[in-house]
Ligand binder design. Structure first.
Ligand SMILES: CC(C)(COP(=O)(O)OP(=O)(O)OC[C@H]1O[C@@H](n2cnc3c(N)ncnc32)[C@H](O)[C@@H]1OP(=O)(O)O)[C@@H](O)C(=O)NCCC(=O)NCCS
Length: 165
């Protein structure tokens, strides 16, 4: 299987909406709107174009010619500006084929080169074992388990923070 990351463009709007409306949200925070509207896609694609290479690196994930997911590293705020936060999602029919692992591998290298971040972290809900495996297979290590920083369905969640130094 060929797995590659591509920059986002306006031509991806329909695929972006389809991805964000279909993705399994069990372990995603309230940050991703639902339903995901054309206005959400327009805003997000504009934000990505404006900030690409400066405040973050955002890519679509392609497998054998299909847009199957999204992945990014965004710069953290304030004192943590030299650190990046990794996030990713893949459509359910494409799970457990190694796509997440390969996308994270490519994205971490890209984020170090293009953003110059010194450390990449990822925040995972307790129970999201497949996401933890993707991180572990890329050399991330569990740093801490904490509550109170991420909200889902209006409730504060317990999360695990992984770090790749
Ligand atoms: C997390 C996610 C990106 C994983 O992508 P993927 O392409 O399936 O990942 P991979 O195939 O590269 O690896 C998955 C690993 O998890 C394992 N796995 C899958 N389901 C599992 C489960 N229920 N329990 C334990 N391990 C599981 C697989 O066996 C594989 O590990 P292995 O190679 O050691 O066998 C994908 O499930 C997803 O998009 N989920 C919804 C959004 C999400 O949770 N994003 C992450 C937020 S932190």
């Amino acid at each position: 299987m060929t797995i590659s990351l591509h920059t986002w463009s306006g031509a991806d709007k329909v695929a972006l909406m389809a991805l964000c409306n279909a993705v399994d949200r069990t372990f995603l925070s309230d940050r991703l709107p639902y339903p995901y509207t054309e206005a959400d896609a327009d805003w997000w694609l504009g934000m990505v174009t404006e900030n690409e290479g400066k405040e973050g690196v955002w890519r679509s994930i392609w497998a054998d010619g299909n847009l199957v997911g999204s992945i990014s590293v965004e710069r953290r705020d304030g004192d943590e500006h030299s650190m990046g936060e990794l996030g990713y999602m893949i459509l359910t029919p494409w799970w457990s084929k190694g796509i997440g692992t390969e996308a994270v591998r490519q994205m971490c290298r890209m984020a170090c080169e293009e953003l110059g971040v010194e450390l990449i972290s990822a925040t995972v809900f307790v129970g999201n074992r497949s996401s933890e495996r993707v991180l572990e297979k890329n050399g991330f290590r569990l740093e801490e388990t904490k509550a109170g920083t991420v909200v889902k369905d209006g409730k504060s969640m317990v999360v695990r923070r992984f770090v790749l130094v």
